[in-house]
Design a protein around this ligand. Structure first.
Ligand code: 3PG
Length: 390
């Protein structure tokens, strides 16, 4: 029986993936094999010694001590792309809210609630509507900072709207490059992108390198009428610098998913309560993907979409016992592990090894379940972090 502890509201569709015969799932599970969560912060929480994996039903993993968990053999997963469409659609809403008189127009229409003369109301609306005129997105330039799963979808959407799209991503992966429309103009650096865009939308993860990426200095490169959109993470933008730029007339509007003190009093800020991924469809996609990745890991030792361990899948040798080993990525570990198996007369049928930065992961299929003493011998090999048989 595997035990899955959940935090936050996880879609039932995802929870249903865990068959009752093999899984116990809930908020109050003790000694969990795995944790399934959304934005709940794990920093500072006691780590159950039983924990093998954490799955983030979503993209951002800044609520999880990823590197620290990796050193303790805990594999952290996320679900890249599963909520990208939801975020993309809210970015479109953000661009429209910033550009058309939608919010003041609605507020004005509601202010007429006391009128009961329809003809007078219609005449007044026709007279006043010029106050709520705006602009169109077609023909404008969108600058995308970050061209991963969400950035690529936002790019396609903007191109379909007739916008010109610029992109900047210093760590663009090969997969992401394949996904990206070739109509996106790659910019060499952030200042160049900021200087040429009417709209700038941020789609980079929260990490040390992106903390206050948009600060007073970066904001100086923007056009005074530019709209800055942040549906990524609050830490990427310095809120004080944004307020100062808005008040000095050096920035047109700031649309974000992360309200801060001072934002409500500034009419040029449109702030939403972190609802970028909050659609039924996206919550289902994320939960199902996270649950499937956990099941694949717990039952077969496979790693797909981890943010701290290398990806590894291996067809299981029929009738074999599988040993999964997490270790420091240093020379000699595998040799000692294989010697421990050879010394005990255990026949290796198949094996696979992958590394990622300081960590490595191995799957070894052996002809029959090794004695506990053999597994203990592997555990004692220097730099082996975790061993389990499955
Ligand atoms: C993410 O990182 O996937 C989004 O910010 C969504 O976060 P949520 O699952 O807490 O809504």
């Amino acid at each position: 029986m595997f035990r899955i502890k959940t935090y936050n509201a996880i879609s039932v569709k995802g929870l249903e993936r865990f068959g009752r015969e093999r899984y116990e799932v809930g908020h109050d599970i003790a000694h969990p094999d795995a944790v399934l969560l959304r934005s709940h912060k794990l920093h500072g929480e006691a780590l159950p010694p039983s924990l093998l994996a954490v799955a983030r039903a979503g993209a951002g993993v800044n609520n999880i001590p990823v590197a620290d968990y990796g050193q303790q053999g805990i594999v952290v997963f996320n679900t890249p792309g599963a909520n990208a469409n939801a975020v993309k659609e809210l970015v479109l809403a953000g661009m429209l809210l910033a550009t058309r008189g939608i919010l003041p127009g609605i507020a004005y229409a509601q202010s007429l609630a006391g009128m009961d003369d329809a003809a007078a109301m219609h005449a007044l609306l026709e007279k006043e509507k010029s106050r709520f005129a705006g602009h169109e997105l077609k023909g404008k330039t969108l600058g995308l900072v970050g061209l991963g799963a969400i950035g690529a979808l936002v790019a396609d959407m903007a191109l379909a709207l007739g916008m010109k799209v610029l992109g900047y991503d210093p760590v663009l992966s090969v997969d992401a490059a394949w996904r990206l429309s070739n109509a996106v103009q790659r910019m060499e650096n952030l200042p160049a992108l900021l200087a040429h865009a009417d709209y700038v939308s941020l789609h980079v993860p929260a990490m040390d390198a992106t903390r206050h990426l948009i600060n007073a200095e970066a904001l100086r490169h923007l056009r005074p009428s530019a709209v800055l959109l942040n549906f990524a993470r609050e830490t990427i933008v310095d809120p004080a610098a944004v307020l100062a730029a808005l008040q000095a007339g050096r920035l047109g509007r700031y649309v974000c998913d992360f309200p801060e003190p001072g934002f409500a009093a500034e009419p040029r800020v449109i702030a939403l309560p972190h609802i970028g991924a909050s659609t039924e469809e996206s919550e289902e996609n994320c939960a199902v993907m996270a649950a499937d990745q956990l099941i694949d890991f717990l039952e077969h030792g496979h790693i797909v979409n981890s943010v701290n361990y290398p990806a590894l899948r291996m067809h299981r040798a029929p009738g074999s016992c599988r040993i999964a080993i997490a270790n420091d990525n240093v020379a000699g570990v595998l040799g000692h592990v294989l010697s421990a198996l050879a010394d005990a007369g255990v026949n290796v049928l198949d094996m696979s090894n992958r590394s990622r930065e300081a960590l490595a992961y191995n799957l070894i299929d052996v002809a029959s379940a090794p004695e506990p003493a053999v597994i203990d011998a592997i555990r004692r090999v220097p730099h082996v972090i975790r061993v389990r048989t499955l």
